[in-house]
Write a protein that binds this ligand. Structure first.
Ligand SMILES: NC(=O)c1ccc[n+]([C@@H]2O[C@H](COP(=O)([O-])OP(=O)(O)OC[C@H]3O[C@@H](n4cnc5c(N)ncnc54)[C@H](OP(=O)(O)O)[C@@H]3O)[C@@H](O)[C@H]2O)c1
Length: 184
């Protein structure tokens, strides 16, 4: 397995102006109201560009509360507490549970032919960032100050330099910025 075959990690996420991706209890009600503005924030194009998703158990459990399973691409859920047997039949075919460390997981996905992976979830993004496995970010700022919640970046303890690619603003007040991790 050569490093060049390892898929790249990509983040597409929304955050409040004060940098939270969900309320403390995981609620994203402040975000879902923007789903119906009719604006094209590039989510569909981004989803079209990736081969699969890796998300944390917290994000998976939130997705399970949606009326319809929201992902068309294969999903890997990172969890050390869930197993495949815990999954409801409706998602068992769509989701694989893994407890593999991030780099190992990406290497495995690379062997399966995966090239671009959407990395999602507060803690999982942090751990991929710590291991230098994220290539770029699309962060959409939502015009609200939540006052607390799950932080987008938290205190990672490591400085990561980014190059700003572009920023687009939308009539609804969403402001979306693209960054590439320097050197990637
Ligand atoms: N604003 C947005 O665009 C956006 C996007 C995504 C998610 N969210 C929200 O974020 C919340 C979920 O965040 P979360 O804090 O629960 O984080 P998460 O990253 O979704 O899930 C964290 C869990 O993943 C498991 N895990 C396994 N391996 C891991 C590893 N290497 N690194 C980190 N975690 C690993 C652990 O569960 P086990 O205990 O099972 O091992 C851990 O508790 C949800 O409310 C979701 O709605 C918002």
């Amino acid at each position: 397995m050569t490093a060049s075959l390892r898929p790249t990690g990509h983040v597409f996420i929304a955050a409040s102006l004060d940098g939270f991706i969900a309320r403390e209890d995981g609620d994203i009600d402040w975000l879902t109201e923007f789903a119906s503005t009719g604006e094209d924030t590039g989510y569909d194009a981004f989803m079209g560009s990736i081969d699969g998703l890796v998300m944390g158990r917290g994000t998976f459990e939130k997705a399970l509360t949606f009326e319809v399973w929201p992902f068309k691409k294969p999903v890997i859920v990172l969890s050390r507490t869930l197993s495949q047997a815990h999954l409801a039949e409706a998602v068992r075919e769509k989701v694989r549970i893994s407890a593999a460390p991030p780099a190992e997981l990406l290497a495995m996905l690379g062997r399966e032919g995966c090239r671009r992976v959407y990395v999602d979830g507060d803690k999982v993004i942090h751990s991929f960032l710590q291991e230098d496995l994220i290539e770029d970010f699309v962060v959409t700022r939502v015009p609200v100050i939540l006052g607390g919640g799950l932080p987008l970046f938290g205190s990672s303890g490591r400085e990561i330099k980014l190059d700003h690619i572009e920023t687009t603003s939308f009539r609804s007040g969403l402001v979306q910025s693209r960054y590439r991790v320097r050197g990637k």
